[in-house]
Write a protein that binds this ligand. Sequence first.
Ligand code: ME8
Length: 505
Amino acid sequence: MNTFYITTPIYYVNDVPHIGHAYTTIAADILARHHRQLGEDVFFLTGTDEHGNPAARAAQKRGLTPSEHVDEMVLKFRELASKVNATNDFFIRTTDPEHCEAVQSFIQQLYDKGDIYLKSYSGLYCSSCETFYPEKDLLDGKCPDHGTVPELIEEENYFFRLSRYQQALLDFYDGHPDFVKPSTRFNEARSFIERGLDDVSISRATLKWGIPIPWDQKQVVYVWVDALLNYITALKYASPENLLPRYWPANYHLMAKDILKFHAVIWPALLMASGYELPHHLFIHGYLLMGGQKMSKTRGNVLDPFEVMDKYGVDAFRFYCFREVTFGQDGVISMEGFESRYNAELANELGNLVSRTVAMVSKYCDGVVPEPGEGDSSRFSALVQRLGIDSGAALANVELTGCLESIWHFVRTLNKHVEDSAPWNLAKDEANRTQLDGVLYELVEGLRICALLLHPYMPEKTVEILRRLGQGHGTDDLALENAEWGRARPGSIVVAGEPLFPKLV
Ligand code: ME8
């Protein structure tokens, strides 16, 4: 059986989660659900990055110990994952003792091998990014990401011989042109490596809140090394079985471009140094913007995902995020945009089509899904075959918006079919019976297929659509191999109900 291992970044717990975190988690969940529908053995990992400066500072501000602070904050991140209906197989915390031990043994191995050495260092450090910046990379002397002035830090640190892996990284990039997607990000990462790699500090001497360096307890492991390793350590203790041989290398690490460099340069070098295979792909998505600026905790322009989901429903939120902004690009989201798409597409085009279909089967067929009758099956069969190919290819390439676009095209085709065939006119004359049955079957069958394809995006509403259409909605029924024309069960009973997406006024 094919395996599919997908990860989100592990999120910082210096503040409560925001929509950007929900976005990446939902994207990973869509892919995890899709690969499960393909019958693959999926492992989906998310979690929290709990060590380092920002968490320690946030704790201090609140008059708590770092431990107390992170134990409280992690609840919000777990709540977010469950609120967005994420089907993650494990939730890693970098404060898990198993993770800490695995990190220590990983870096001990690199130290023993001579890939880590001690050096005095001074540099400009942005403690929000947890990274040193060469002066040339600053904008007006400020961090390009946070707009804050970095501090000058001088200390004796352990360094990882990143420079040693420059050529191996370039060779790897050349042999794996789809390692980083989209390709613009690949080029960005490759040219960064090509410009030359300096060794990187992998420990902090002034910070206490971290994993102690095993051979020098006065220092802690640099939070980024601690964090990146989660993708491997989690597999070792997520279950009693060591899952590493089963799922590593990861198929996709998802993230936004803010953390590309760590994943595209330091992570593969660390893996090479320790003899692990490299992940198959990194997929770098864009930023969700509100009013033209990246949302971030430091800037304070965040939108509360809990509030949005409470007000509009989880599935509508999941749908909107990937419908509105092309996955991979930056895009603006807004309440106005949400409400107009919700009404036009979810309430009218999808919800109303389900209601009308159920109402017509109730009225003209006593609620029983008719036999295919005399209809337009060959046209629909061809359309659905094409749709299956297009939507599958899009998701294989992580084009979450492209896939949704092709499904929505079909939703519109079905709406047009209702208008063109006008079942209410056919019903006026019993002579049109088989034709009427054909149209109603096509609507039920078309919607059943839409529900299967939309399932990763809207897991709850699509199950409800199948239930209303009298169609199977268990795990086996949701398998993508059933997204083939002609598998709807005639003779089953449709169920009327409240509007699936009540119109917003
Ligand atoms: O960077 N739009 O954690 P973090 C889209 N702990 N996605 C966004 C976003 C936005 N406006 N804002 C955040 C860290 N994200 C490290 C990661 S991984 C080994 C360690 C998402 O809490 C996006 O996935 O700052 C981004 O890469 C991530 O949250 C950063 O989360």
